[in-house]
Design a binder for this molecule. Structure first.
Ligand code: BTN
Length: 309
């Protein structure tokens, strides 16, 4: 924490800032300041020092790290703890096992990244963004699916305007998946103790799934980790606040439908032969499907695919 405070002072000072000024602002010794500067340099920050003038940050770290995330979260005014790992089994698993208040868990690599329906989520270093939000919401379980759809709205916007939401919560560009969401719960009888929203975004080509997956690099999307987190987190928590008051998706339904990958297209539900036309979603996030005889049905959950001709 102290290290990120030193970094904050460096970022906010126009020119040089003296070691004694940093020390007095943070109420630590000059030796401690020096230790933090050294450690920031090791992380990749280019900090110049002149004995007469003090320190100056000349270059931001290219490496995306915990300190930058903490500063961002502070800037956004969010109450979120940050956990950052170079490597971890799964950020969702970690999120399930920690106590305390809301948290953001980010990893450069996962050794056991998990997708929906028990699938594996390929999580090699540098190939994607892998993170989980652990939220203490004290809401009833049936609300949770709607929050997952809110996260899909924020995720779509943070990725690219060309991205679409494949109901309920995959993000597609063209006919390929660029990001996925795995929501998990720790529940007591009728209340959700913890909600975990795990997100995986492909940055570089996912070679094993080339025909069904795409990535930031393949789509030539301009991308910066901090901008992405800034857009995603600010939008998500904005929407979440409104949602917690209203408890339905009416306020964002238009947006979800506008960017729905399935909208007015012929779809089928996997493992069923029935065909439908996707007509939108209800205020509670269920899919509205029109069957071939013109009747409307609501679907609460299911893997859905476009009908191929
Ligand atoms: C899916 O589309 O199947 C959901 C993929 C979710 C992957 C993310 S990566 C971060 C978090 N940790 C995991 O183990 N899974 C999610």
């Amino acid at each position: 924490m102290m290290k990120s405070k030193v970094l904050e002072l460096l970022i906010n000072s126009d020119g040089y800032i003296s070691g004694s000024k940093i020390a007095s602002e943070l109420n630590v010794t000059r030796a401690a300041v020096w230790k933090h500067i050294k450690s920031l340099r090791e992380t990749g920050y280019d900090i110049k020092s002149f004995s007469s003038k003090g320190y100056k940050l000349v270059n931001y770290s290219k490496a995306f790290n915990k300190y930058e995330l903490e500063l961002l979260i502070k800037k956004l005014g969010l109450d979120l703890r940050v956990f950052h790992f170079d490597t971890i089994d799964s950020t969702n698993t970690y999120a399930k096992n920690i106590d305390g208040e809301n948290a953001l868990i980010v990893a450069n690599e996962q050794t056991n990244g998990r997708g929906r329906l028990g699938r594996e989520w390929s999580s090699k270093k540098g190939r994607g963004v892998y993170f989980s939000l652990m939220l203490r919401l004290e809401l009833p379980p049936h609300i949770v699916g709607m929050i997952t759809q809110i996260s899909a709205v924020a995720l779509r916007e943070a990725i690219s305007d060309t991205a679409m939401i494949k109901w309920p919560n995959d993000i597609f560009i063209g006919d390929k998946k660029i990001a996925g969401i795995l929501t998990e719960l720790v529940t007591e009888i009728d209340v959700v103790e913890k909600m975990i929203i795990g997100i995986g975004l492909n940055i570089n080509e996912v070679s094993d799934y080339k025909d069904i997956a795409t990535s930031i690099v393949e789509e030539k999307i301009e991308f910066n980790h901090l901008d992405f987190f800034s857009k995603f987190l600010s939008r998500f928590f904005d929407l979440l606040n409104t949602f917690v008051e209203l408890r339905n998706l009416a306020f964002i339904r238009g947006e979800i439908e506008k960017y729905s990958y399935f909208m007015n297209k012929e779809v089928y539900i996997t493992r069923s032969d029935k065909e439908y036309i996707f007509r939108g979603i209800t205020d509670y996030g269920n899919a509205i499907l029109e069957s071939t005889n013109g009747e409307l049905e609501e679907v609460f959950f299911g893997e859905m695919s476009l009908k191929r001709r």
